[in-house]
Design a protein around this ligand. Structure first.
Ligand SMILES: *Cc1c(COP(=O)(O)O)cnc(C)c1O
Length: 404
């Protein structure tokens, strides 16, 4: 089908929920995708931090093929091996506890909110107030999903306005501000949810000491500390999980994007202390933890380990920042380079992210922007030095072309 026809059909038959770029993608391999006209693009976005192994990695393809021809779906009325293997892997990568599988990041966070509320309810009696604590505190500028509860937790009032009333029990405070968080805690509070690096908010990194202070606050106040690692998890930041270098461990960690390498899957990892909060009937999903989704995710984790991709993300991320800094020394268009590993935000001095993005696209490189002045890079974890050089030279020419 030609590109023009695809776009016509989309306009006619699909809901207008996305401001899409005028690009019809047809095929991918490794770091590259091809559009319907056969033009090749270097993919520096990876489907929003999803394609950990890049496009159609042979290990991913054969795992999906094998599992699809063996057992695709059973529901959770029965036991299946892949979900248990994946759960064990996730626990061995993170902290002692147990896992619940969902299908997306929003669903993983929904599960975390339900868990935090039940856990708060079970503490009833230890509290002065009759009412069980149920309020979740999140940060402004955060992103936790598009369902009603996750939207309520997403501290961006302009995204909520048209859908009010929001579900009760969510408040937001400034990110990286421990005092604001402490001041917001009262007897109704049950949990705190934070991203270790705010992704959609423009790649804002938690300051040293912040997560540790939040951990201490949660311990002191008896709150569930939820880390939303939906975007940062699974090697993206040059660590298995972004929280690791902060020397803290959450009570609950949510995962999704990079875990399935393109196959939809979400997960909630719960520490030992809270791992038995749910009982049968409390929570569930038809699709979550299917053999096919878990088979894909196992292949992703195995390949990340075999190919040393966490280390690669750290190393190539450093090189990418080096190249960006070189470019900025010559052209002085960037006010800040933020992020860790292969999750990088480029704050521009001018509001010209859209023009740079469009020019890069013309020149065969896909990048992303989170606002008019922040460009975001989230390439596959398999990226090599040559491809960073390829990106850097095109990016440099795009910024010179669009900066006069
Ligand atoms: C993308 C994202 C979500 C939502 O994930 P979906 O799979 O789109 O529901 C939640 N939290 C963070 C930090 C994200 O980046």
């Amino acid at each position: 089908m030609d590109a023009k026809h695809v776009i016509e059909l989309e306009k006619k038959y699909m809901m207008n929920t996305y401001a899409r770029l005028p690009l019809v993608l047809e095929r991918g391999e490794g770091m590259y995708v091809w559009d319907a006209n056969g033009k090749r693009y270097l993919d520096m976005v990876a489907g929003i931090a999803v394609l950990s192994l890049g496009h159609s990695h042979p290990a991913f393809v054969s795992a999906v093929y094998e599992q699809a021809s063996t057992l695709v779906h059973t529901s959770n009325l029965y036991y299946t091996a892949p979900q248990t293997i994946l759960a064990e892997r996730l626990i061995s990568m993170s902290f002692p506890g147990k896992v619940f599988f969902a299908n997306s990041g929003a669903e993983a966070n929904e599960a975390a909110f339900k868990l935090a509320r039940k856990s708060g309810r079970q503490k009833k009696g230890k509290r002065r107030k009759e009412e069980a604590p149920f309020v979740v505190i999140s940060a402004y500028n955060s992103f936790h999903g598009r369902t009603l509860a996750t939207l309520a937790a997403t501290g961006q009032p302009e995204k909520q306005k048209m859908f009010e009333p929001m579900p009760e029990g969510f408040v937001s405070v400034e990110y990286n501000d421990t005092k604001a968080l402490q001041d917001a805690v009262d007897e109704r509070t049950c949990a705190v949810i934070l991203e270790p690096i705010q992704g959609e908010g423009g790649v804002i990194v938690a300051e040293p000491g912040y997560l540790k202070a939040v951990r201490e606050l949660c311990d002191r106040e008896g709150l569930v500390f939820i880390l939303d690692e939906v975007q940062t998890g699974i090697g993206r930041t040059g660590q298995e999980f972004a929280y690791k270098p902060y020397n803290v461990s959450p009570d609950v960690m949510t995962l999704a994007k990079g875990l399935g390498g393109g196959f939809p899957i979400g997960a909630m990892v719960v520490s030992e202390k809270l791992a038995d909060t749910f009982a049968p009937g409390d929570h569930g999903t038809t699709f979550g933890g299917s053999p096919l989704a878990c088979g894909a995710a196992i292949a992703v984790l195995t390949t990340i380990e075999e190919e040393g991709l966490v280390e690669n993300a750290r190393k190539q991320g450093e090189y990418l920042i080096e190249r960006l800094s070189d470019i900025n020394r010559k052209h002085d268009i960037i006010s800040e380079i933020r992020g860790r590993g292969l999750m990088i935000g480029i704050k521009l001095k001018r509001q010209n992210a859209a023009a740079i993005l469009a020019d890069c696209l013309d020149s065969g490189v896909i990048i992303n922007k989170t606002s008019d002045d922040v460009i975001r890079l989230l390439p596959p974890l398999i990226i090599k030095r040559e491809q960073i050089d390829e990106f850097a030279s095109i990016f440099e020419s795009s910024i010179t072309k669009t900066s006069d």
